[in-house]
Every structure is written in C-alpha cells, then in structure tokens.
Design a binder for this molecule. Structure first.
Ligand code: ADP
Length: 319
C-alpha cells in the first residue's frame, strides 16, 4: 500500500510483482520482536507470526491473563521518512478512535527501540482472502451474511466521518466465532472540509472516479461502496470482476466498467442486480449502505449465522 500506484507513472506491472517487491523491502527492515514485549506495566508474550503485509508484520501475543491479541509490528527503520511516519500515525489515530462489533478492535499501542507495536483484537480465523483460498467460492447465503456485517462496519465508519479506502478480501478478518471484523486502517481518511484526491488502494478494488481523478467532485464515501460490490462479486464468482494480469489493463476495465457475469455459475439474479447497481461509474448513482440492505437479495430467508462454525468449520455442503 506504500508503493506508487499512480497509473500514469507506472510501468506495466502485475499485482503479484508489486506485492513481491513490497515484501522484499519489508523483510530487509523488520526484525522479529523480542519474546517479551513490555508497555509500562503491561507484558505481552510473543507467539507465532500471523503474517506480513506492506510494511508491518503481525504476531500472536498473550498478556499475563493468557488473553490472545494480534500485535501489528512496524520497524522504526521503515518509518524514517516523514511521509511514512505520518501515514502510520494517521492509521493509529483513526483506528484507536473507533469501536464496533464488525471492526478489528484497537487495544493499545506503544514502542521500544526498534519497533512500534499496535495491539489488536485477535482474528484467529484469518482473512476472507484466506477463506477464499480454501473454499474457492463463498455460498450465497454466507456471502449475504458477510455482506451484512461488512455493511454494518462500514456504515459505522461513515457515520464517524471515516472512509476506509482499502476494503478488500485480505482486510476483512474473522474472530474465533467467525464474526466478521474489518481491519487495516493504513489508507483510511477522516473527512472534513477537504476531499481526498490521491490515487491509492489495490488495483482490483479501485473505483473509477479515483483513477480519473475528477477533481470537481473528489472521491468520497462511495469508494467503500464500490469495494463492497467488488468483494460481493469476488465471493460469489471466485475472482474479482476486473481481474487481469496487468495493472494498467485492470484500470482500463474499471474506467469502462468492463466486466461480465459468468453464466452457469448458479449465482442468483438478485445478487447480480445488486452488484450491477453498486458497480456504477457515477459515485452518486451507487446505492447507499442502507439502500444496499434493502435489496431483494437480502429479502429471502438466510441464516443469521455463517455456516462456518467453531467446530469443524463446515459449510452446508459438508465441505
Ligand atoms: P498490510 O501491511 O498489508 O496492511 P497487515 O499488516 O494489516 O497487512 O497484516 C499482515 C497480516 O497479518 C495479514 O495478512 C493477516 O494475515 C495478519 N493479521 C493482521 N491483523 C490481524 C489480526 N487482527 N488478527 C490476526 N491476524 C492478523
């Protein structure tokens, strides 16, 4: 997320190559934290690595009551630049101020000589991206349930004046009980007077108005609604709608809304109608979060709980 994603200055690149470059940059800077991490009188025992991202590594930690948390660790060496430091401070400032059942809870944050630590609610079931890797597609009834939870979290953020700006399968997590938690506030923006014009986000989820940079309107809360549409499509069809090897080709497709609904995938008409309405070129024409929840797709009965369960994590087909 720190890399230059401005399509104008970018060489043809695959999303995979971008991710690899990022990881190389990170591993050069980030050392494994000590086995015991201290914040004044609070002590955390470090456990296994949970994964790494653009500029952070996550570790499982336990406090003295044996309560589990995720520690997002950023090497101080990687925030030497003013710009990067400001970005991390903004992430912390926005994330620490929010609290909702469908948002990864920020617990506390502190530093030692080498790292900055953000202690977060533990999401032991991993991300929706991880789930998709094993499931390939998400059953529509589960996709409905997850979409409702994503909408609840995003509605809350929007009411607080926060645009997430990096909603994607990899930033949506599950706790032990499969309650959905939106995480990663690295690109989030607090909106007040000034609208945001910078190009950011992940190619597959980027909204067209962000690419065309129509400075007359700026871009706003509607970019999160767009990303919800992309996630819905990705869940029920198994891949994002504008999927392409080259980033620039993805951008071209996004700007012309060039995607199709695969036939014979058994996805309901109601799901397709909602996705179609969300993926509108004009941000103002997209449904609001409340309007999304009024769509017929949610009308039919569907289980209030995900079919992934604490015991065995099976779906209704027994997979
Ligand atoms: P990025 O740098 O791409 O924003 P993060 O630093 O947020 O990624 O997270 C890196 C990895 O750590 C994620 O891919 C995920 O697997 C894991 N992770 C992040 N947050 C949590 C959490 N709250 N609970 C469990 N695992 C997490």
């Amino acid at each position: 997320s720190l890399s230059d994603s401005n399509p104008a200055t970018q060489k043809p690149q695959t999303p995979q190559k971008q991710a690899k470059k990022k990881k190389e940059k990170l591993s050069a800077l980030c050392k494994t934290p000590p086995p015991i991490i201290k914040n004044k009188d609070r002590i955390f025992h470090r456990g296994v690595s949970l994964g790494e991202g653009g500029f952070a590594r996550c570790f499982e930690v336990r406090d003295l009551n044996n309560k589990q948390f995720a520690a997002k660790t950023v090497a101080k060496a990687s925030i030497a630049q003013e710009k990067t430091r400001k970005k991390l401070l903004s992430e912390i400032q926005i994330h620490r101020g929010v609290s909702h059942n469908n948002i990864v809870q920020f617990v506390e944050c502190f530093e030692d000589n080498t790292n900055v630590y953000m202690i977060l609610e533990m999401c032991s079931r991993g991300s929706l991206m991880d789930l998709m890797k094993t499931k390939k597609i998400i059953l529509e009834q589960d996709a409905k349930n997850m979409t409702v939870q994503i909408c609840a979290g995003i509605k809350y953020l929007h009411q607080e004046g926060i645009i997430h700006r990096d909603l994607k399968l990899g930033n949506v997590f599950f706790n032990e009980d499969y309650v959905l938690k939106i995480g990663d506030f690295g690109l989030a923006a607090l909106v007040g007077r000034n609208k945001k014009y910078t190009v950011c986000g992940t190619p597959n989820y980027i909204a067209p108005e962000v690419l065309t940079g129509s400075k007359t309107t700026g871009h706003s809360f509607e970019v999160d609604v767009w990303a919800i549409g992309i996630m819905m499509y990705a869940m029920v069809f198994g891949k994002p709608p504008f999927q392409c090897k080259e980033v620039n080709k993805i951008y071209e497709k996004v700007k012309t809304i060039d995607y199709e609904f695969p036939v014979n995938k058994g996805v309901s008409k109601e799901a397709q109608i909602l996705i179609r309405d969300i993926l509108n070129l004009h941000p103002q024409m997209r449904p609001s979060i409340d309007e999304i929840l009024d769509y017929p797709w949610f009308g039919s009965n569907f289980p209030k709980k995900l079919s992934y369960t604490v015991s065995g994590a099976k779906d209704v087909n027994g997979n």
